[in-house]
Write a protein of this length. Structure first.
Length: 639
């Protein structure tokens, strides 16, 4: 009776420690708010919650934001019913999902290694790794957590050879399907199971090992097709084919490995310059480094474990496979992309340490008991867990504030435009709050930092190529400058959006930039006219200022032509802007008419008088200045 009870107590203690490890990446963010990036659109603006909510079953027939993830939509729906818009509830659920995934990871690794202690140590380190903060502390990434939970348990069930084949395949297929319904990257389960059959299973007959994973391969093909259907290819910012993928693969894998093995390098974004040629030294350097790491690990692992080490290497790459091409616009990489892959990297490290300890014991020519063999391994595991736990708790606290996370990313990835852009965008709500609370110093400080971040993004090599944010960032920065009264600096940003030849696909952003410049031109024209009519200006200076105003009005009118739809009907706001331009034109010509009369230049006065009348006649009925225009027309007398 004592032995089963002791094992039960040991299991509970291990699960409690695993729960603590799983909580570390998310504890520091519990008091934080939702992120502007994705939380707002996916959670707070869920189409399945609210007054005009769509039926929940539609989640199975539609894709949203380039994802087909009906299970994730259902998770959001349930939590919105339970917690409303309180982020605390969502983050607590994320910790529980991560704990469930950690338990599945432990069971999976135990089945793969046959070593309970090694499997538990790897699962504990995986759960607490700083790379997990992005998945656990960012509420919208519950799709990654659910996908990981179901994927690990699917592999754990399939690799449990003590059970019948029918049970293993049936339950594992169901779990893998649930994983794919939350995030399509779970199709990598099929790759892992094929590798398991080929490298881990001790069976000399090849044929059964090939057909057993077939249901998973078929399912992966189906969900891959669905993922391509859900992803709008027109958003891709440039060509990216097989050659690009292969050339950048070594560098991308090295970057992920750096985060896995050097956990303090975990970041929201990372730096990696695009390799465009096989002759590029970076390609060969990265490839040689990868091969050297793999060879070194292989030689350090005990002979009986080398096949498992090969499985870990290929499994690490295969588990990330669906995400390795994402670098086409972010260059790369998001820490959450190796959520499924990280256990295999940690297991490989564990196998290397295990081999080193065995060689150390053999070199000492002593026969060690099980307890003596375990003591050094436990010390190493505890030291690693202490370091990783502290790093994870610190990094998780950054996720309480989106600006802290993106500022950290901008420091760690200074050459990635996306990092600086995300930092700038995360500060916009803080600037808006400062404006609302009339904190002038804070408003100026936030604006300066936003502009600096936008400028740093512009200097990055990938600024013009990455996803749909470059034009959006400059447009937003210009809008903030305009609202802060810095029209000239704002107009410079708008002109970049309008004139950059590589951004012709950003039609809505270009239209918004033209609209802003048009309005700025009219504001500038109005300011010029007020300065011209100031009594302190000489007649010559007044005339020059008025002509500058007319030039600005002409530029605004040219932009209005570009904004006019094919049917010639302007939207109401643009129609009002055009009417305002005619009113300002009337004021300008009337002032020039007055100046011409003062210097007895009758032909010039008559010309400006006609132009002023023509401007008034162009103001349509219903426009803001129409009544004033009609009154003015009635009382206007030629010079």
């Amino acid at each position: 009776m004592q032995e089963p009870r002791a094992k039960s107590h040991e299991l509970r203690a291990k699960l409690l420690a695993l729960l603590l490890a799983a909580a570390l990446p998310g504890l520091g963010a519990l008091g934080g708010s939702f992120f502007l990036a994705d939380d707002g659109t996916m959670i707070l603006k869920s189409p399945y919650v609210g007054e005009n909510a769509r039926p929940l079953w539609e989640a199975f027939t539609t894709a949203r934001f380039s994802h087909y993830a009906p299970v994730h939509e259902i998770l959001i729906y349930i939590q919105r019913q339970l917690f409303g818009e309180n982020p605390l509830g969502f983050r607590l659920v994320s910790i529980l999902l991560h704990f469930g995934a950690a338990a599945g990871c432990w069971r999976m690794l135990r089945n793969l290694t046959g070593s309970p202690d090694l499997a538990y140590a790897c699962a504990l380190l995986w759960a607490a790794h700083p790379a997990q903060c992005e998945s656990v502390a960012w509420a919208v990434e519950q799709k990654t957590l659910w996908s990981g939970l179901c994927s690990f348990w699917a592999i754990a069930v399939y690799t449990d050879t003590a059970r019948s084949l029918g049970f293993r395949v049936g339950v594992a297929v169901l779990l893998a399907a649930l994983a794919c319904l939350a995030k399509a990257t779970a199709i990598s389960v099929a790759t892992l199971l094929v590798l398991f059959e080929l490298l881990v299973v001790r069976d000399w007959s090849l044929e059964p090992r090939l057909w057993r994973p077939l249901p998973f391969v078929f399912m992966a093909a189906v969900f891959a097709k669905v993922a391509f259907w859900a992803f709008p290819t027109h958003n891709v910012g440039g060509p990216w084919g097989v050659a690009d993928f292969v050339l950048n693969l070594p560098g991308t894998i090295l970057l992920y490995l750096k985060v896995a093995l050097l956990p303090w390098t975990a970041s929201y974004f990372h730096d990696l310059e695009r390799v465009t040629s096989a002759a590029d030294p970076r390609f060969f350097t990265s490839l040689v480094a990868l091969l050297a790491i793999a060879a070194a690990c292989y030689t350090q692992v005990a002979r009986r474990r080398r096949t498992l080490a090969v499985f870990c290497v290929l499994g690490y790459v295969g588990a990330m496979g669906p995400m390795l091409n994402i670098s086409k616009w972010t260059f790369p990489a998001y820490d959450r992309y190796q959520y499924l892959a990280l256990p295999f990297a940690l297991l490989l490290v564990g196998l290397v340490i295990e081999g080193w300890l065995e060689r150390r014991a053999a070199a000492a020519l002593r026969i060690e008991t099980g307890a003596n063999r375990r003591r050094p391994a436990m010390l190493i595991a505890c030291a690693l867990f202490a370091v990783i736990g502290v790093l994870s708790a610190w990094r998780g606290s950054l996720f309480a504030d989106e600006a802290d996370v993106t500022a950290d990313a901008a420091r760690k990835a200074p050459n990635n435009a996306y990092a600086h852009a995300a930092f700038a965008i995360s500060l916009v709500p803080k600037w808006q709050q400062a404006v609302a609370e009339k904190r002038v110093e804070d408003q100026r400080r936030y604006l300066d930092v936003i502009v600096q971040a936008a400028e740093k993004a512009r200097t990055c090599w990938n600024f013009a190529e990455y996803f749909p944010l470059p034009a959006h960032l400059l447009l937003g920065t210009g809008d903030l400058l305009r609202k802060s009264g810095e029209a000239l600096r704002a107009e410079a940003y708008f002109h970049i959006v309008m004139t950059e030849p590589r951004w012709t696909r950003f039609k809505s952003q270009i239209a918004a930039a033209r609209r802003n410049v048009c309005e700025l031109e009219l504001e500038w024209a109005e300011a010029r006219l007020k300065a011209a009519q100031n009594g302190n200006a000489t007649p010559d200076k007044s005339a020059a200022l008025t002509r500058e105003a007319l030039e600005a009005i002409a530029r605004a009118r040219a932009l209005l032509v570009l904004l006019t739809p094919e049917d010639g009907r302007l939207p109401p706001d643009l129609a009002a802007t055009r009417a305002d331009s005619y009113w300002l034109e009337h004021i300008a010509h009337r002032w020039l008419d007055k100046l011409a009369e003062a210097r007895s230049d009758l032909p010039a006065a008559q010309e400006h008088f006609k132009a002023a009348r023509a401007a008034l006649e162009n103001i349509p009925p219903g426009a803001r200045f129409h009544a004033q225009a009609q009154t003015e027309l009635a009382r206007m007398k030629p010079p």
